[in-house]
Write a protein that binds this ligand. Structure first.
Ligand SMILES: [Zn+2]
Length: 156
């Protein structure tokens, strides 16, 4: 399961709608805890793909900057989000061919005619990097994320 706040989800939805008819993309920073993923931060990326109408590519500088900042913090890169303009909220054939590391959650938002209509979450599992849909739960408030300070949740 992936948990994020309504505020974080709204940020993803408005980024998806604002980028229409192109795909938007971004990175999710958070914590893995007992098999669940808690999102702490949503970071918008520029879509640097050559054809952003049907492709997305995260700006590597954003990832580099975030990973440098997360060093020493109890946070990890836990996922990526992108939108499908006038497409379904499911991994596309292109997505399946372009998967990279495992354990990342992929949020995919379907945008129809400029309106975000559906978002689903998928986790990449196994050495063959297969997508498995995972439940997505919205938490009411930013402060309800419920991660105690100073605990080491370990890494998979
Ligand atoms: Zn896609």
């Amino acid at each position: 399961m992936i948990l994020l706040t309504k505020h974080q989800m709204n940020k993803i939805l408005s980024h998806s709608e604002g980028a229409y008819p192109e795909e938007c993309c971004g990175l999710l920073i958070g914590q893995r805890r007992c098999g669940d993923i808690y999102v702490c931060e949503v970071h918008e990326s520029t879509n640097i793909a050559g054809t952003p109408v049907d492709r997305f590519e995260i700006d590597p500088q954003l990832r580099f900057d975030l990973e440098r900042r997360m060093r020493g913090e109890n946070l990890d890169l836990v996922g990526v989000y992108h939108s499908h303009p006038d497409g379904p909220a499911l991994p596309s054939q292109t997505d399946i061919e372009r998967t990279w590391e495992s354990n990342l959650v992929w949020l995919i938002t379907a945008v129809k005619g400029g309106n975000a209509v559906d978002t689903t979450a998928h986790i990449l599992v196994g050495s063959e990097l297969r997508f498995e849909e995972t439940p997505l739960e919205l938490i009411a408030n930013d402060c309800d994320i419920g991660i105690p300070d100073g605990l080491d949740f370990g890494h998979d």
